[in-house]
Design a protein around this ligand. Sequence first.
Ligand code: NDP
Length: 285
Amino acid sequence: MAEIIDGKLVTQVTRKKTAEMTARFKELTGVTPGLAVILVGDDPASAVYVRNKHKGCLDIGMNSFQIEYPKETTEEELLSKIKELNEDENVHGILVQLPLPKHINEDNVINAISPLKDVDAFHPENVGKILIGKYDFLPCTPAGVMELLAFYNIDIEGKECVVLGRSNIVGKPMSLLLLQKNGTVTVCHSRTKNLADITRRADILVVAIGKADFVTADMVKEGAVVIDVGINRKPDGKLTGDVDFNSVKEKASFITPVPGGVGPMTITMLLANTLTAAQKQVKIY
Ligand code: NDP
């Protein structure tokens, strides 16, 4: 029976540390780290994420600037706001909530954010830095997974790590972070053949595909560490991950639940990135 990785506990500990470092930063510099979050349109899930980010900032003593635009907003208007925020000394981190309405080109928007303020780490300059292992920010969800592994003293070096999913937001950066910690990494995706043969090799299996309860016990090695990034809503409205938690927990050594595993860590790492951004921008550091 697996030990359950408690994302809420790790979130509490990590946020407390970030709050203390934020207080110290404010004392030393007189500057309050500030995060600007832009929401375009009225997607209810995005609105919840933005509200949680706002609350997260206030809770740990940071400034939060919430900017909401109607869904008809043009790309030009959005880019002009980003330019203004890039130049605003009170704003150290900028995040544009994705997905954007279809008429706005996401790449243009991501590229417009100053890499120094890109606390999501989606800008190509920051992605490149991650690839070579010399980064300022890590994308929040994979960074959150690494925090969870570290908190539970789960060693990565020399381990067979399998990442299921290759998105730019989760799967690809996740695989790079595991590689940097000397894991032997395999990345699987929708065209992978004999998937279960590969996932069964994993000492550490990270799943991020967006398919409810997809990974079943027969796909997992006895004693594996199983990290479930997926968030799926079932017809009854409840949340579930990409891993069939009840069967896999009997076989794994560690497992993250959904909700309460990786999910809470994402905003926690965003707050940590905002503090890092402020430290990089304020001259005494
Ligand atoms: P994407 O849809 O961008 O990517 C999904 C990936 O899974 C793709 O690489 C796709 O392969 C692969 N995939 C899909 N179906 C299969 C399959 N049957 N077998 C093998 N691989 C498959 O999703 P994201 O990476 O953005 O998100 C993944 C999940 O994580 C979602 O549930 C999302 O809600 C959740 N998430 C959770 C976060 C958190 O804070 N906890 C943050 C971000 C995401 P291919 O490339 O070939 O299409």
